[in-house]
Design a protein around this ligand. Structure first.
Ligand code: SF4
Ligand code: SF4
Length: 79
């Protein structure tokens, strides 16, 4: 019996692309950011690059990056 059609595969959600359910997105103020990379290290989704660019396709809007930024360079903006 072929089980493949019975197995659901995550496409949108916690393990995949975020889709449209995120309420807030983090926006980096480049003037305040000193590229310390703390947010890069702490993002649970690993979606912040070493150049501090955020991949919004996978960002879940958890706000951890904002909370740990000592420069207060990240603002959570309503979608
Ligand atoms: S934690 Fe803040 S200051 Fe450090 S790289 Fe991230 S946005 Fe920039
Ligand atoms: S809001 Fe959360 S998932 Fe999105 S970049 Fe910040 S720490 Fe990563």
């Amino acid at each position: 019996m072929d089980l493949e059609p019975l197995i659901s595969r995550m496409k949108i959600g916690s393990a995949g692309e975020t889709g449209s359910w995120r309420n807030y997105r983090p926006v980096v103020n480049k003037e305040l950011c000193n590229k310390c990379k703390t947010c890069f290290s702490y993002c649970p989704e690993g979606v912040i690059s070493e150049d501090i660019e955020i991949d919004y396709r996978f960002c879940k809007g958890c706000g951890i990056c904002k909370e740990i930024c000592r420069q207060k360079a990240i603002e959570m903006v309503p979608e």
